[in-house]
Ligand binder design. Structure first.
Ligand SMILES: C[S@@+](CC[C@H](N)C(=O)[O-])C[C@H]1O[C@@H](n2cnc3c(N)ncnc32)[C@H](O)[C@@H]1O
Length: 272
């Protein structure tokens, strides 16, 4: 039996009030994943673990022919609603056809070898019980010169390491209580893998010829960080986040999110 709730929705993961650092991180994560998958329009793109479908809908708006693959019926229902809302809003016209939605597990994708020009999987690999098999499947269904884009949280980021050191000092040396209920460096209960850059590269490079390993944002989740950024004038806060983002790009091991882009590594059994 698979331990994934097929009726789950995103109410536990979508932040209700967005702080500036969260806004920056989520916006960059979406923009980079989509733009890496979509260097030109009219491409066939598969969005694996598409959740409530926002990236599939955005890819379609930018001209792609998109399939969102997601095991949760509830999330697919929400995706259909959001796509219909977008289609009804004439001010948000879409360049491509509406996305198609398929109920599917990532480690057994119901598509032919080489069926897509690109595949994205954003913020989901650590939810999979068989992530490496999922990467192999993404490589299989993407044509050999196409691209697979994986974006994933880094649980050994600078913020995670500093947060852990701070808690250890408070608790072990000073005998104080932890600063908050869920510590940013602990993987949530619905995560199977605690990714960091080496593990990501190791798993991905068995199935992809990696072209890019880059980081996004530094500092997210560090105690007090959101409040500090919010306290700055918005332009200054945004500029600081952009500066740290440049550091993340150059040193993904420090970054809050890691993005890997690669071309499928073909074996005789996956030769399309
Ligand atoms: C945090 S959400 C990310 C959704 C979306 N990609 C995004 O960026 O918002 C994780 C998704 O992984 C899906 N999921 C969990 N296990 C899965 C599996 N084995 N195969 C495919 N999807 C899975 C969940 O249903 C959920 O939609």
């Amino acid at each position: 039996m698979r331990v994934v709730d097929l009726d789950r929705d995103m109410s536990d993961v979508i932040p209700t009030g967005m702080s500036l650092d969260s806004e920056y991180l989520f916006e960059r994560m979406t923009e980079i994943s989509i733009s890496e998958a979509l260097p030109d329009s009219g491409r066939r793109v598969l969005d694996v673990a598409s959740g409530v479908g926002q990236d599939s809908i955005e890819l379609a708006a930018r001209g792609a022919w998109v399939v969102g693959a997601e095991p949760s019926r509830r999330m697919i229902g929400m995706s259909q609603l959001f796509a219909a809302e977008k289609a009804a809003d004439k001010t948000k016209g879409s360049k491509g056809p509406a996305p198609g939605w398929v109920q599917a597990w990532s480690d057994s994708l119901p598509f032919a070898t080489g069926a897509f020009d690109a595949c994205i999987c954003k913020g989901a690999l650590d939810h999979f019980d068989r992530p490496e098999q999922a990467i192999a499947e993404m490589a299989r269904v993407t044509r050999s010169s196409g691209r697979v884009v994986l974006a994933i949280a880094n649980f050994e980021s600078l913020a995670c390491r500093a947060g852990r050191a701070l808690d250890e000092m408070r608790q072990d040396l000073l005998g104080m209580e932890p600063l908050r209920e869920r510590r940013g460096y602990d993987a949530p209960s619905d995560h199977f893998t605690r990714y960091e850059v080496d593990l990501m590269q190791e798993q991905a490079s068995r199935h992809l010829v990696l072209e890019q390993v880059r980081g996004i944002s530094v500092g997210w989740g560090l105690p007090g960080w959101s409040r500090l950024v919010e306290a700055l004038p918005r332009e200054l806060g945004w500029a600081s986040l952009q500066g740290l983002d440049r550091l993340a790009r150059a040193a993904p091991e420090l970054a809050d999110v890691i993005v890997l882009v690669g071309r499928p590594r073909r074996s005789p059994s996956t030769s399309a």
